[in-house]
Structures are given as C-alpha cells and as structure tokens.
Ligand binder design. Structure first.
Ligand SMILES: [Zn+2]
Length: 258
C-alpha cells in the first residue's frame, strides 16, 4: 500500500513539475487567451476576467495628459543606454509586437536603477496629449529590483522614414505566438525624440494585471516614422490595441519646464 502511495506521489510530483515548466513557457499565451481589446474580453471586462488585478483601481493608465503643472524641479531623465546592448528577440504575443532586451540599458529614477526589459507598440496611441491621439505609441518598460516600473512613452507621428525603425522592422513579419531570436546590439536611444522634455505621473500597466506600480514618463515631442512603417506594425497587431483613457482621480500630471 505504502509503495503504491509513494509511486503515485512521485508520478504526481513529476507531472506537476513538467506542468509548471510548461506553464512558464506558455505564460504569455495563457494570459492572452483571457483578454483582448474588444468584445466580451475587452478592456471593460478585464477586472472580472482576470483574478487578482488592479484593472478597476483608482490610479489606472493611460490618461489624457491635461491640466498639468510645470514642475521646475523635474530633472532631465538620467538615461544609461548603450550602443552595445543586445536586442534578444522579437515576439508577437497576440496583443502587441514586443522586442526584448538583454541586461545592459537602464535609467536612474529617484536614485533607483530601473533596467530596460522590453519595448512594444500601441496603435493608435494610448496616452492623449491635451486631447490629441498620435497614430503610434512606443512603451519602453523598465523595472527595478522591487518589481516597480518606469515606462518611457514615445509618441510617433507620420512623416519621414525612420532608419532605426527600418532595422527593427527587418525582423518582421512575425506570426501571432511566434518569437524570433535577434541577438544583435541595438541602440534604443536612436528611437527617442531630440527634445527630452516630458510629462510624468503615477499610474498603472495598461494591460492586465494593470498593476499600479508605474511611473509614467511621456516625451512631449513625437518621433517621425513613415506611413508604411506604421502600416506594417498595424497589420501585425490587433486592431486598435489601446486602452481608453482612465479617470485622473485627483492625480497630478507634472511637466518639465523644458
Ligand atoms: Zn504598452
């Protein structure tokens, strides 16, 4: 009897370990099966669809960046981006096209180090700048050791062809659920606007679990990408992969004086 019990226990342990590693592998897909950008799994249902989320919280993102206060003490962003940092892969997770970095790039925010993990796209933009919605928004997601986020947001408008974008898009197209290894250095600072003035406020991730541990830094100036470059991304991502603006609930939006 005991032997049978031990055998069953070992079998159970083995299969549950297997299941765990499998679960890790497909984590993105599992989550993507639960939520989307429209219909019964759309943003208004995120809070009920996903168990423990902040999606119905009071400090959600994105927002309309209006009624901001110019804060003289807001410093230029302390960026430490290198030409040598390795772009590891690009993935189509069913919600966006996402490029993942290896360790290397970081920024310093309030004396804390936030490492650049990945960047991805929303089309059209999620944040509004004084009511204006740009055709494309890029989120550069940084995280510190306490799992808090600083997300840099770069707006893009249609204009001239962007060379760094051309390089990024040379790894596309990519099918939903697919990941392509890149393993090449990429200088993300080439995708930032010249002028580094920004808006900042405290908010959340704009996708489930909508965690409210995000300092948002949204550049005032948009970069330019060509219509074709916008169209290629649009073709690969869900239509309108943006969340509607969320209430401010008394939050202060700060603006640099530059
Ligand atoms: Zn995003």
């Amino acid at each position: 009897m005991n032997k049978v019990f031990i055998a069953i226990s070992i079998l159970f342990l083995f299969t549950s370990c297997q299941k765990q590693s499998k679960e890790k592998e497909v984590e993105n897909e599992d989550i993507s099966a639960h939520w989307s950008y429209d219909g019964e799994t759309g943003p208004e249902h995120w809070a009920e669809l996903e168990g423990q989320t902040n999606c119905d919280g009071n400090f959600q993102s994105p927002i309309n960046l209006v009624n901001f206060k110019v804060a003289e003490n807001l410093q230029p962003i302390d960026l430490h981006y290198s030409k040598e940092t390795i772009l590891h892969d690009v993935a189509n997770n069913g919600h966006s096209i996402q490029y993942d970095f290896e360790a290397g790039d970081f920024l310093i925010h309030e004396s804390d180090t936030f490492h650049l993990k990945q960047f991805h796209f929303h089309e059209p933009a999620e944040h509004l700048i004084e009511g204006v919605r740009y055709p494309l928004e890029i989120h550069l997601v940084h995280q510190n050791d306490s799992k808090e986020f600083v997300v840099l947001s770069v707006m893009a408008k249609e204009g001239k062809n962007s060379e760094p974008f051309e390089l990024l898009e040379s790894y596309l197209p990519i099918k939903k659920g697919e990941t392509k290894l890149i393993k090449k250095p990429f200088d993300i600072s080439q995708n930032l606007p010249q002028h580094k003035g920004y808006f900042s406020y405290e908010g959340s991730l704009t996708t489930p679990p909508c965690s409210e541990e995000v300092t948002w830094i949204v550049f005032k100036e948009a970069i330019e990408v060509s219509l074709e470059q916008v169209e290629l991304l649009k073709y690969l991502m869900p239509i309108n992969n943006y969340r509607d603006e969320q209430p401010h609930h008394g939050r202060v939006v700060r603006s640099t004086s530059f």
